[in-house]
Design a binder for this molecule. Structure first.
Ligand SMILES: *Cc1c(COP(=O)(O)O)cnc(C)c1O
Length: 387
């Protein structure tokens, strides 16, 4: 039973732990798989949700593959521009865009603002007017579609803070049409993250179809539809699914979403692009025999990877230093919080001080969420070519 990932162990020896390791060959294959599927449809465009990972070398590969970017802050717009993405492939979402962020979007000429409220629309119109510009706006509609995922990462329910309610959709479109400095170009949706059931996306398609029928009946035309991201990855068996099932994902939309003539369909994928190519590499500091448990105390904590503590997320962990007989451990970090646990009652090849563990599937929402709590250093990220 050796189903471990493949790591350049000899090179890891010289690097201070904990650190992120990104397998660029896998990222390249993943990007190829996305492009292969979207090439089947001449009107599908993918924007990488840059909040998932901003490592400059990964961004370079993603840019070279032709993807655009989905940003949720001015800082992300700046990072995307610095990485060389062209502004006309950048979309900008978020419920709380500041004036400064909106101005950055306007000045850099981004493709579209995904607007989440009436007051935000008014501010964009005012700021665009001051610059003598017309801003493209799409409205993020809350489709009240649940997704089978963790409660903290479902975003498309009526109770969530995101988007404009369906009953307000027509009103805000009409309002935009009466404004001189915004142009209504599309509808935007994003129902959540780590979604593995294609039926959740089918439900979104059905809702978008209903809304489009309604608008069409009123003589309102829509240039493009953006269905957000959310495709999940297999955290339990990464080696069995290193590349997510993009075929099924894009086919689901091709089959179920009724696009009107000339409409383009935009996607915003984050986790599924970079999730599997990253691992957090950490060293066992101590093996402690507690009263009822054995602890593998490692040098990474939730300051390096917060997903287990934040979302009760599971990450597969492997002892990549040895193949000793399996034993059962709680793998815990050094932070002074009881929630600083990566996994409990977990089978690992026998751990010793100094062993390296790989915490898998950590390429998305890992390094970008790191903090310096306890005055810890931020983890560094290395791609294959750095070593
Ligand atoms: C986070 C986010 C995404 C990406 O979600 P993934 O689950 O990583 O694919 C897409 N669109 C918006 C608006 C987001 O906030």
């Amino acid at each position: 039973m050796n189903d471990k990932g493949v790591f350049p162990l000899d090179k890891f020896c010289n690097i201070d732990t904990p650190f992120y390791y990104y397998d660029t060959a896998l990222l390249r294959k993943t990007l190829c798989a996305i492009n292969k599927e979207t090439a089947k449809y001449d009107n599908f465009f993918v924007h990488y949700a840059i909040k998932a990972n901003v490592n400059p070398k990964l961004l370079c590969l993603i840019k070279d593959s032709g993807l655009g970017v989905d940003c949720v802050s001015g800082g992300e717009i700046q990072v995307a521009l610095n990485a060389g993405f062209s502004a006309d492939k950048i979309v900008f979402a978020g419920v709380g865009k500041s004036d400064k962020e909106i101005n950055l979007g306007l000045d850099s000429g981004i493709l579209c603002f995904n607007v989440e409220s009436v007051p935000e629309l008014e501010v964009i119109n005012q700021l665009a007017e001051k610059r003598g510009m017309v801003a493209n706006v799409a409205f993020r509609i809350n489709p009240d579609v649940g997704a089978h995922t963790h409660a903290n990462i479902t975003t498309g329910l009526a109770e969530n803070k995101f988007g404009i309610s369906m009953s307000d959709m027509v009103g805000i479109i009409e309002m935009a049409k009466g404004m001189a400095n915004v142009k209504f170009v599309g509808l935007h949706f994003h129902i959540g993250s780590q979604i593995l059931e294609m039926d959740d996306f089918v439900a979104l398609c059905n809702r978008v179809n209903e809304l489009q029928d309604k608008l069409e009946g009123m003589g309102i035309s829509v240039e493009n539809i953006n269905v957000g991201g959310g495709l999940g990855i297999d955290y339990h068996n990464p080696n069995g699914a290193l590349i997510p099932n993009f075929k099924a994902y894009f086919e689901t939309y091709a089959k179920n979403l009724k696009l009107r003539k000339g409409q383009t369909l935009h996607f915003e994928l984050g986790r599924s692009v970079v999730g599997q190519c990253g691992s957090l590499i950490t060293r066992v500091l101590y093996v402690k025999h507690g009263a009822v448990k054995k602890f593998a105390i490692v040098d990474a904590g939730f300051t390096d990877l917060i997903r287990p503590a934040f979302y009760q997320a599971y990450h597969k962990i492997e002892n990549i230093s040895n193949d000793a007989a399996l034993d059962t451990y709680d793998v815990v970090g050094p932070i002074c919080e009881s929630s600083d646990v990566f996994v409990k009652d977990y089978q690992l090849n026998g751990c010793h001080r100094g062993d390296l563990l790989a915490i898998r599937s950590a390429g998305a929402y890992g390094e970008v969420m790191a903090s310096q709590y306890n005055c810890r250093e931020l983890p560094k990220g290395y791609v294959t070519e750095d070593l």
